[in-house]
Write a protein that binds this ligand. Structure first.
Ligand SMILES: [Zn+2]
Ligand SMILES: [Zn+2]
Ligand SMILES: [Zn+2]
Length: 159
């Protein structure tokens, strides 16, 4: 199965219209990040520092209903829009249940700064290294390893 991909024009849209909606589809509350897993580069338009690539992976939670998403964003403006069929901005979303976020928080109990992708704690390292383990489904799970660290897994199918 191909990761769910929101169709997007080749011209970069405004930030507000781009990527995952801030509001939860279930209850309308505004999602908040629980953990920033990985980030590379700086946003498009961020002056001379932006060098074609900006991507990140984070987990967001809805404070209204407790559901969450694993969210992956990828920007690459190496090719001009007329040189490629791929949009500059692409993103992927995997749904997470409230219990996944509970386990995630347990696994992050010793993390000094869940909202920093620069954190080098063991939980962050595991999430960062295994952040692609949940791809090709649109739902993911968070499990706790025997070491107590949070791990991303597919919800169904083979592990
Ligand atoms: Zn760019
Ligand atoms: Zn909600
Ligand atoms: Zn950490």
């Amino acid at each position: 199965m191909i990761p769910r991909l929101c169709p997007r024009p080749a011209v970069r849209p405004y930030a507000a219209a781009m990527g995952l909606k801030r509001e939860c589809e279930r209850c309308g509350a505004e999602r908040r990040p629980v953990v920033e897993i990985n980030e590379r580069g700086v946003p498009h338009g961020a002056g001379p520092e932006h060098r074609q690539v900006h991507d990140y992976v984070r987990i967001l939670e809805c404070p209204g209903c407790g559901h969450g998403v694993l969210y992956s964003f990828s920007h690459d403006c190496y090719l001009q829009p007329w040189e490629t069929d791929e949009p500059w901005d692409m993103d992927w979303t995997w749904r997470l249940e409230p219990e996944d976020l509970t386990r995630l928080r347990q696994g992050l109990a010793d993390c000094p700064d869940p909202l920093s992708h620069l954190c080098r704690c063991p939980a962050h390292d595991v999430l960062r290294n295994e952040r692609h383990a949940a791809v090709d489904q649109d739902e993911a799970r968070v499990v706790l390893g025997e070491d107590g660290l949070p791990r991303l897994r597919r919800r169904t199918g083979h592990q």
